[in-house]
Design a binder for this molecule. Structure first.
Ligand code: GAR
Length: 214
């Protein structure tokens, strides 16, 4: 069966991109990355893509008159590469509602918290301050409200005594690297059905949960 043509949008380090690249390199994985776009020319993730022989584009916000023009440039780059699904992987620019609507149910994001808890930035410090016992990540379809949308996979980790934001972030990142390839696989295999606010996976209520013990 044809592999799902996937475009990945990044802004920085690209460790989640790397997890997706590694997953796609395994025989039988149902998706392939056909384009990586960064809004920053210095994103480390661009080197990861180049190493994997994946075409890259830089679409920098400041090169455009306004957000509509920026979004239009993203959209045409994705269309030129015949992208079928967009993965946001540490993409730190807010996208316009026109773009989000155009990619409805065809764009997913990874966020470093167990949504709906801790949308937005500094999720690890906020989780520690709130005293939660478990924290984690969420892969979800993108909707107009920031960090919202039907959830496909959540990966959780314990918050341990002595954690600071960096230690907790590293533990969450490890589960991110399992959750994103799993979510992309489920979508690419056509096993995810989007209902209004949630998903069914293989006909059962989602999300899939990965609960790491450490
Ligand atoms: C990841 O932790 C991802 O969940 C987060 O940025 C990091 C990117 O790391 N995304 C967001 O905060 C989106 N709002 P990476 O570039 O190494 O994948």
């Amino acid at each position: 069966m044809a592999r799902l043509r996937t475009g990945v949008l990044i802004s920085g380090r690209g460790s989640n991109l790397q997890a997706l690249i590694d997953a796609c390199a395994v025989g039988g994985y149902p998706a392939e990355i056909v384009l990586v776009i960064s809004n920053r020319a210095d994103a480390q993730g661009l080197e990861r893509a180049t190493r994997a022989k994946i075409p890259t584009r830089v679409v920098a916000y400041r090169d455009f008159a306004d957000r509509d023009a920026f979004d239009a440039a993203l959209d045409s780059a994705l269309k030129e590469a015949r992208v079928e699904l967009v993965c946001l992987a540490g993409f730190m620019r807010i996208l316009g509602s026109g773009f989000i609507d155009a990619w409805h149910d065809r764009m997913i994001n990874i966020h470093p918290s167990l949504l709906p808890e801790f949308p937005g930035l500094d999720t690890h410090a906020r989780a520690l301050a709130a005293g939660v016992k478990r924290h984690g990540c969420t892969v979800h379809f993108v909707r107009n409200a920031v960090d919202s949308g039907p959830i496909i996979v959540q990966g959780s980790v314990p918050v341990l005594p002595g954690d600071d934001a960096d230690k907790l972030a590293a533990r969450v990142l490890a589960v991110e690297h399992r959750a994103y390839p799993l979510a992309l696989r489920l979508v690419a295999e056509g096993r995810v059905r989007v209902l209004r606010d949630n998903v069914e996976i293989d006909g059962r209520p989602g999300p899939v949960r990965l609960d790491a013990v450490a």
